[in-house]
Design a protein around this ligand. Sequence first.
Ligand code: UD1
Length: 418
Amino acid sequence: MQKLEVFGSNKLKGQIEISGSKNASLPILAATLLSDKKVYLKNLPKVKDIVTMINLLQSLGSKIKFKKKNLIIDNSKQNKNFASYSLVKTMRAGILVLGPLLAKFGAAKVSLPGGCAIGTRPVDVHLKALSKLGVKYKIIQGYVHAVAPRGLVGTKIKFEKISVGATENLIIASSFAKGTTILSNCAIEPEIKDLINFLVKLGCNIQWTSKRTIKILGVNKINQPTHTIMFDRIEAGTYLIAAAITEGNLIIKNVIPNIIKREIKTLRKVGAKIFTKKNEIQIKGNKNIKSLNIKTAPYPGFPTDLQAQIMVLLCMANKKSSVREDIFDNRFMHVAELNRMGAQISINGNKALIKGNIKFAPAELMATDLRASVSLVLAALTTKGKSIINRIYHLDRGYENIEKKLKKVGAKIRRVNI
Ligand code: UD1
């Protein structure tokens, strides 16, 4: 076990290079199952969730070489269609292998994702949509047993709610279905666009026909593509907030500012000065942080994955703020820990009311999920004194070299073995 020790309160200054996106890498790795040729992926982040997905693919028979940020995957002898609980339990994205396995083998047995700290996260939207493609399934003792007796057959599918994972699973599965599939009410997160870019390089025929509608013509021709994973927009947003809360001056590199317009606009509203270039963003934090009311929403709305981090910033604002969580039903796990650091946040249903003008005090803290953990690191960066953050395996699921990146820009932070 490891913990982080964070000593505030330095103004962060310098440059931070953003890694490849975890949430784009995961569906793209799952989609490589469609191929029986080698696939080359670049710019993968070295984080625990990627290692978990690689282990899952290896258990299915994939041959993988992962060196530095680059990965070569050879699925020519990939022959298993059983994804076990031990590999899916820690990472919900494990369910993304269901679509490609069904497209390839016409049958699959995949564990349901395990319990999750941020609320019930069912996969009913994935399963109902797959059944429209001709899949019959039963859930027996925590496993989805699915078969497509006549193969996958293209049709019109309207998702009953916007789901990132279900959209990804269905795009991948439909790419190899017979005929044409029209998917509507799709999620349009940039990571989905990256998945489509990858699939098109692989030989798939996918087009957007309107804002949330995709037309897919099933194919069976496969290329041998090289694809560079897009930047991690949540990591970028987290470091932008780190600059804003420490009155810092950071240059965030390897990003496309246009993709995170909403986050930039939000940070400008609270008073940060932001300058954008083609692939970088400079942010200067302001001493006076203005209050704001925010609600999370599917892209292009404000991301739920930055909700915990923005809350830290709003605790330091000049007046009361509020944050409404509209995606997940229990994503305020960080609030109790932030309150132990002196925040005054009260929860009313899915709304957090945040008293401003807070100076965080150092504390010993418990990380509860990926984004909640990083919000504790952010709050600790602003305090005078030493904070300890336990259970940082949550953080390691999604942030590459967080303490090295923060140290390089002046934070006093270190990882300690317990
Ligand atoms: C993805 C992201 C996650 C992000 C989330 C929302 C990855 C690996 N993870 O998760 O970081 O927080 O999008 O932007 O990309 N739902 C159902 N039934 C389903 C599927 C979803 O009820 O079958 C609900 C979920 O419980 C949640 C909402 O729909 O309340 C959105 O979930 P979804 O968009 O599917 O999130 P994930 O793909 O799991």
